[in-house]
Design a protein around this ligand. Sequence first.
Ligand SMILES: CC(C)(COP(=O)(O)OP(=O)(O)OC[C@H]1O[C@@H](n2cnc3c(N)ncnc32)[C@H](O)[C@@H]1OP(=O)(O)O)[C@@H](O)C(=O)NCCC(=O)NCCS
Length: 191
Amino acid sequence: MYNYASGTNKWDVRNIYKERKGPHLDKIRVLEYDKIRVCYKENRMIRVMKIADYDEVRSLWMKIRGFGIRSIDDSREEVARFLRRNPTTSVVAEEDGRIVGAILCGHDGRQGTFYHVCVEEQYRMRGIGKAMVLACMEALRAEKINKVTLIAFSKNDIGNAFWKKIGWTRREDLNYYEFILNEENITAFIQ
Ligand SMILES: CC(C)(COP(=O)(O)OP(=O)(O)OC[C@H]1O[C@@H](n2cnc3c(N)ncnc32)[C@H](O)[C@@H]1OP(=O)(O)O)[C@@H](O)C(=O)NCCC(=O)NCCS
């Protein structure tokens, strides 16, 4: 079972699905996201991210203070490769035809991972972030993935408050290890 906070937020994917499809949420497949486009109202939707969204998503990333954008991993070519490997699990939130939120989400066959979870500042605290998270979780679940993880900088008060509020578990019993395989993949932090 999921461990996310309950609520009746209008952006909640489960509520949206209930409105559109009745109570049989578990039978809905995420591949349908692309067809039905998860909408609350006509001018608002959460949908699967496509590479055609790259320019808009990148300009959103560039507005998010504290984000670390990588020269290689976040380039158009590498995001395209990521989306080819994970065609159903990354999402954007659109409002009035503009992208106001995005999550890059993929999995390795065993575990899902979120990257660059963000909502444009003027659109925050309206349930968009949580709805995108739920959409990605549903997409991962449809791929038979049982766990999803992400990294948040310890100093990211907004991000950490958000994950706590929506019921994610912060692991205190492990250390995070990495080994850089390509020194040219430089991270630039957005001020
Ligand atoms: C984190 C972020 C994606 C949240 O998006 P959002 O659309 O504002 O979040 P939501 O409105 O869906 O909030 C969901 C819940 O979290 C709570 N929440 C969101 N931001 C919060 C904050 N800064 N402090 C406390 N609670 C917060 C909301 O009150 C809401 O609670 P509720 O369900 O009880 O009403 C957005 O603030 C953001 O883009 N931050 C900058 C990038 C970032 O830090 N990303 C995370 C990287 S790990």
